[in-house]
Design a protein around this ligand. Structure first.
Ligand SMILES: Nc1ncnc2c1ncn2[C@@H]1O[C@H](COP(=O)(O)OP(=O)(O)OP(=O)(O)O)[C@@H](O)[C@H]1O
Length: 248
């Protein structure tokens, strides 16, 4: 479980996050949504340790990430998988080498064990036969799958996905959303997805947090988002035709 308690972050005297609270449970795919510049990425970066909040706590199964000793932080970091926007694959490495990379860096597993594990993860994202290919030889959707395989190769407790659908067509986006949701459920991962893709809100919105100008203005799921009375959220939703139609 991840608990965020009263997170504050400012850059150059400008408040970016102003008292964010939230709880994210294992087996749930939770979404953080909001318009551009509302602080979603800064919140994600705070959670994975790239940004240090000035105030507040981020607890990983009770362990206070930012206020722990280096050893505990390292342990928690190893329990995180991150799917970066755009996949962030190494162009000079094969698909298999990309997936295996965290194992090379962070474990003392034998080469055979690492290959077996990487191949298992590639199989899980239905890329059994792509291990020998280079990133330049595969489609955008396949790159995301490789990114997912790499994010889960260390068997993470916590999975963070930054705009997993960026640059994908709607059909491929749905497949990636489904895959993230399935994997979360199957391995009981606490998953957080940052998105402004409304299709994801409908598809995987079992828990949704809406950020607006550095504050959490609303929390709910894809069913009650349709009846929300928060004007800023409605404005965000109404920018999307599909949801407008669903609301009738
Ligand atoms: N390192 C930084 N230094 C200064 N300002 C920053 C830094 N990182 C982010 N910001 C500012 O914080 C605000 C929130 O940015 P953030 O990237 O979290 O937005 P976002 O909600 O993820 O938007 P988008 O959907 O466009 O990615 C922006 O105004 C941004 O310019």
């Amino acid at each position: 479980m991840i608990e965020i308690k009263d997170i504050h972050k400012a850059f150059n005297g400008r408040d970016i996050l102003m008292g964010i609270n939230g709880t994210f449970k294992p087996g749930d795919t939770s979404l953080i949504i909001g318009g551009s510049g509302t602080g979603k990425s800064v919140l994600l970066k705070s959670m994975i340790g790239i940004v240090k909040p000035e105030k507040g706590q981020i607890l990983y199964d009770g362990r206070d990430f930012h206020n722990s000793d280096e050893e505990t932080r390292k342990t928690i970091r190893r329990e995180m998988g991150v799917l970066f926007q755009g996949g962030a694959l190494f162009d000079s490495k094969t698909v298999l080498e990309n997936v295996k990379f965290p194992l090379d860096m962070l474990t003392d597993m034998s080469e055979k064990e690492k290959i077996d594990r990487a191949e298992f993860c590639l199989k899980r994202v239905e890329l059994d036969n792509a291990g020998g290919r280079m990133p330049s030889e595969i489609s955008g959707g396949m790159k995301k799958r490789v990114g997912i395989a790499r994010a889960i190769v260390m068997n993470p407790k916590y999975l963070f996905c930054d705009e997993p659908n960026s640059g994908l067509d709607p059909l491929t986006s749905v497949k990636i959303d489904d895959l993230i949701k399935e994997i979360t459920d199957e391995f009981n991962i606490t998953t957080i997805v940052i998105t402004h893709d409304m299709n994801s809100v409908i598809g995987i919105g079992e828990k949704i947090m809406f950020l607006y100008k550095g504050k959490k203005l609303w929390e709910g799921d894809s069913n009650n988002i349709r009846t929300s009375t928060v004007p800023e959220l409605n404005e965000f939703i109404f920018a999307n035709k599909l949801l407008q139609e669903m609301r009738g």
